[in-house]
Design a binder for this molecule. Structure first.
Ligand code: 13P
Length: 251
């Protein structure tokens, strides 16, 4: 299984910046280490220009979608619209959407199932808050999120189409990366859940780590068991930094 090195721009970059970056990213993608794939999750407004510049060399995804084909859902974007813009992927359940936009597991579960059935590859984001971790609720929180978020996903979902990103809330944008034992423990829990839930396929589904990944720490992170890639926020905003992350050797 190749490592998936993914950039999440969040709410950054206007069209001219997105155009410049995606041209550079397409160049980077021409010369990737053989064990790597790259994905870019860009704001809706930048998707089309990124799709044109990337020309399929990098997987492109939206950061959210609404679980319906079309309809009176002002301000929302459907999976079909993402596909139409050149996307193959979508992020679902990012902690910023849970915490700031009030998304709950039931709604996230609808999105996962609908986006998959519409033909997108889903990267489901889960993770505990510091308070939950301190209360010893790591396993309970991750298993609740996985259980509810994947409740309507068929057992036959392909390993290619469903991945999970473990993003501990306390490590996102804080500069405080989770330590190796924390990452190993959480990823092992997630792997065990996926193997139970998807008996033939769970072992092949990617589990990415996200939270303060930087050029300086990525080599150790991608060397860990059950880490099949990284989801990078802040450090993906400059192409030079993201390029160093994408090319980092495995420690
Ligand atoms: P940072 O890399 O900025 O901590 O963000 C992680 C993240 O939320 C990626 O989705």
């Amino acid at each position: 299984m190749k490592l998936l090195m993914a950039a999440n721009w969040k709410m950054f970059k206007k069209l001219d910046e997105a155009a410049l970056y995606s041209k550079e990213l397409a160049k980077l993608a021409r010369n990737l280490p053989p064990d790597r794939e790259v994905a870019l999750f860009a704001p809706f407004t930048s998707l089309r220009v990124c799709a044109d510049n990337l020309g399929g060399s990098v997987a492109l995804g939206g950061q959210n979608c609404y679980p319906a084909a079309e309809g009176a859902f002002t301000g929302e974007i459907s999976p079909g619209m993402l596909l139409d813009c050149g996307c193959s992927h979508v992020l679902v359940g990012h902690s910023e959407r849970r915490a700031i936009l009030g998304e709950n597991d039931a709604f996230i579960g609808k999105k996962c199932a609908f986006a998959l059935s519409a033909g997108l590859q889903v990267l489901l984001c889960i993770g505990e808050s510091l308070e939950e971790r301190d209360k010893g609720l790591l396993r309970a929180v991750l298993e609740r999120q996985l259980g509810e978020d994947l409740a309507a996903v068929p057992e036959t979902a392909s390993a290619q189409n469903l991945s999970v990103a473990y993003e501990p809330v306390w490590a996102i944008g804080t500069g405080r990366v989770a330590g190796a034992p924390d990452i190993l423990e959480a990823h092992a829990l997630i792997r065990a859940f996926l193997e139970r839930r998807f008996p033939d396929r769970g072992k092949m589904m990617r589990i990415l780590y996200g939270g303060s990944v930087k050029p300086e720490n990525v080599a150790e992170i991608i060397a860990l068991d059950n880490v099949n890639g990284v989801l990078v926020g802040g450090a993906s905003l400059q192409i030079d930094g993201f390029s160093r992350i994408v090319r980092a050797p495995v420690a």
